[in-house]
Design a protein around this ligand. Structure first.
Ligand SMILES: Cc1cc2nc3c(=O)[nH]c(=O)nc-3n(C[C@H](O)[C@H](O)[C@H](O)COP(=O)(O)OP(=O)(O)OC[C@H]3O[C@@H](n4cnc5c(N)ncnc54)[C@H](O)[C@@H]3O)c2cc1C
Length: 418
């Protein structure tokens, strides 16, 4: 089994597709090592195991709205695309979406996946409860009322349990318009950064860091927000755009200010089409919003090395949250995302240098993308990191849900060292 990008083959010796939560619990209880996979859109080995991989798409599929609590209960393996169609039929919405809707809800939430918007929390921000299977096979539920265990478990890297279902908060469905502006001069972008990224509900800047301007600014505005024709020298594109200049916009969600429902505007790519470029790699680095101009300037200094490896880079934002291992933990943030060409050795060679220039800004890497695990002081980046490690070791002393990447981040649990 390979991941979506095809850059890694998983090491599992067995793949199981349980048809009930009880069967899943038995598999987990009996396995030496086990890990769930979602839609396999991660670019690193965060979801790998040398034991059993479980795929949750055989479990009964549940999407059940609770109109009184304003929540939806959804099975972990369901994709956001499927969930959102169902929510829209009931006239409700979730607050934000990632760039593509094909990813599974549990897999996305576990790695802190996010969209954009200064006031929009990551997808984990909607989570009110999780239902999971512990290493012993015991089933457990954690909700906001459970405090620390919940805050540790939502963005949990699959280290605290296999999530069979989640409860997400929903609000009324809403309409949006999307517009792409072009050629935002760098000097004006950096001088007016907070204003630019706050100019619509969700704003993304696309660039390769070279040249004198940012090539595209994607504005996703609520129907109630005024249209934006110009922004600090950037002007509206005359035809629909793909973030990559040589690609047709056919696969992209509708632009040109055409109104539509939230689920058809928030992602960049349409659910019914194959997403993005196919063969690509990604990295993303998240840091406090106030450092954005200085951090971006530092990255621009590496443009001659980065640009030849890049399809494109996306700059977006996110609101603070309370999840212990969320890259947005307690800080409103800017996220510098890199869509690389499929040149893994070259990308891995440049990453330490990129991470080095971003280190002074307290930069946290995206858990599902490429980064150098050894290049980060996790305890200083994540104030509750030691607590997470203790909790993970207490629940999983034998390291059943661990793999080499998680061990390199969290350390090897004491019992599994023997
Ligand atoms: C084209 C593309 C676009 C992307 N766009 C964005 C974006 O806009 N924003 C962003 O932040 N990220 C983005 N990503 C990254 C992606 O959202 C994350 O890698 C996410 O984790 C993928 O979800 P998945 O279901 O594929 O998870 P997987 O890659 O299958 O698994 C990820 C992790 O979650 C764990 N996991 C999966 N299911 C469960 C479960 N049921 N219980 C417990 N643990 C589980 C796995 O063990 C693993 O540790 C993108 C990736 C691609 C390929």
């Amino acid at each position: 089994m390979k991941n979506w990008a095809g850059n890694l083959e998983y090491a599992s010796s067995e793949v199981r597709q349980p048809s009930s939560v009880e069967e899943l619990a038995d598999i987990v209880a009996g396995a030496r090592r086990v890990k769930a996979l979602g839609s396999r859109h991660s670019f690193n080995r965060v979801g790998d195991t040398d034991g059993v991989h479980v795929l949750l798409d055989g479990l009964p599929r549940e999407i059940e709205l609770d109109p009184e609590r304003r929540t939806v209960r959804v099975s972990g393996g369901v994709s956001y695309g499927t969930l959102c169609r169902s929510l829209e039929q009931s006239g409700v919405a979730i607050h934000n979406l990632a760039s593509l809707p094909h990813i599974s809800v549990a897999g996305a939430v576990q790695t802190g996946t996010h969209g954009s918007g200064v006031d929009n929390q990551s997808l984990a921000g909607a989570v009110e409860a999780i239902h999971l299977v512990r290493p012993s096979g015991e089933q457990a539920s954690l909700s906001r009322a459970d405090g620390d265990e919940f805050l540790a478990g939502v963005v949990g890297l699959g280290a605290l349990g296999i999530i069979t279902g989640l409860e997400l908060s929903v609000g009324p469905s809403f309409r949006m318009r999307q517009r792409v502006l072009e050629n935002l001069p760098w000097d004006r972008a950096l001088a007016n950064f907070p204003e630019i990224v706050s100019s619509a509900y969700s704003v993304s800047l696309f660039t390769d860091y070279a040249g004198g301007s940012i090539s595209q600014v994607w504005l996703k505005a609520l129907d109630s927000e005024p249209p934006l024709g110009k922004l600090f020298g950037a002007t509206a594109a005359r035809t629909p755009r793909h973030p990559l200049p040589d690609m047709s916009a056919e696969n992209c969600t509708l632009q040109m200010d055409e109104p539509g429902q939230w689920l058809d505007r928030l992602p960049h790519f349409r659910h019914e089409f194959t997403p993005s470029k196919g063969e690509e790699l990604q990295s993303e680095f998240i840091l406090p919003l106030e450092h954005a101009p200085a951090a971006i300037e530092a990255v621009r200094g590496l443009a001659p090395k980065l640009a030849p490896l890049l399809f494109v880079s996306e700059i977006r934002t996110g609101a603070a949250d309370e999840f212990w291992l969320s890259p947005f933990y307690r800080q409103q943030s800017v996220a510098l995302h890199f869509t690389w060409k499929p040149l893994q050795p070259e990308v891995e060679a440049v990453l330490p240098e990129l991470e080095e220039v971003l280190r002074p800004f307290g930069t946290r890497p995206h858990w599902g993308k490429l980064f150098s695990p050894a290049g980060h002081d996790w305890e200083s980046l994540y104030p509750r990191f030691a607590d997470f490690r203790s909790l993970a070791s207490a629940h999983d002393p034998d390291g059943k849900f661990r793999n080499a990447l998680l061990d390199s981040i969290l350390g090897v649990p004491a019992a599994s060292r023997r």
